[in-house]
Design a protein around this ligand. Structure first.
Ligand code: DQA
Length: 190
């Protein structure tokens, strides 16, 4: 399943979609494959054309395909999302947190884009929804401008993948899967 949102539904305007299929996030189903959600924040729809010297030439559709392969190899369904709107991203964080509680999702890999550096609303949504998140950045934010060195998301992330380029998405999916498996083994769901 993949979605890219334009404005929130309440505005009544139609969503501008990279991936036009719009479905509800998965609800509890005992026999369904568990899912992992990959959430992309603002401007990541421009992957492939935006600063290719920093982010490479890979498009968001390529990223989705890579994530689908990685998730599939781990026996996971993929929910792939991108939005430029903070409220939409917050709704998806809440929904994914609820899916984790219902046992249908193992959590999220999240590239918050520039929200990383200032969005307390996104930070609070992750914490409020108890969503297990791997924070991911394609570029090495610490080798870039000063404002990119600080993340308000990291304190509520379970792990961080930074600077591995687009292949980092696959590493992050494996990472959240391992964390999920280990929390099941120890009987503690963190
Ligand atoms: C980014 C890094 C952020 O600083 C930037 O605002 C992005 C992308 C990355 O993937 O490297 O949009 O999260």
């Amino acid at each position: 399943m993949s979605r890219a949102a334009g404005r929130p539904p309440s505005t009544g305007r139609s969503a501008s979609a990279i991936h036009p299929s719009i479905h509800p996030l998965p609800l509890a189903k005992e026999d369904a494959m568990p899912s992992v959600t990959v959430i992309n924040g603002p401007n990541l729809n421009l992957l492939g054309t935006r600063k290719p010297e920093v982010y490479g030439h890979t498009t968001i559709a390529d990223v989705e395909e890579l994530c689908r392969k990685e998730a599939g190899g781990l026996g996971l369904d993929l929910v792939f999302l991108q939005s430029n709107y903070e409220g939409q991203l917050i709704d998806w964080i809440h929904e994914t947190g609820a899916a984790v509680k219902a046992g249908t999702s193992i959590g999220a890999v999240y590239n918050p884009g520039a929200h990383t550096h200032y969005s307390y609303a996104i930070r609070d949504a992750i914490e409020g929804a108890s969503l297990p998140v791997i924070e991911l950045h394609i570029s090495n934010v610490h080798a870039r401008e000063d404002f990119r060195h600080h993340s308000v998301i990291s304190p509520v992330a379970r792990g961080i993948v930074v600077g591995f380029g687009v292949p980092g998405y696959a590493l992050a999916i494996t990472g959240i899967h391992r964390l999920h498996e280990s929390s099941l083994v120890s009987g503690v769901r963190k």
